[in-house]
Design a binder for this molecule. Sequence first.
Ligand SMILES: [Zn+2]
Length: 77
Amino acid sequence: MSSSSSNEETCIVCAKATAGNSGTAYLYHEGRRFALCCPMCVEMFQRAPTRFAGGERRETLVEQLLAEMKWKTPGQW
Ligand SMILES: [Zn+2]
């Protein structure tokens, strides 16, 4: 019997543990709750909630979304 992992959650985007993280946000998608550790991850999740919820490989998804965000962010010229 394990008693330690009852409340362990990880960020759906970056897989960081969200327990004790004050910046953690929770979003609901199709009746399921997803934990996001920071505004960056929230934004990422909101770009493709169905894909994250659908269990696509996290690393691939994040890479694609990051590439899109770089493309659209007019930060560096
Ligand atoms: Zn995160």
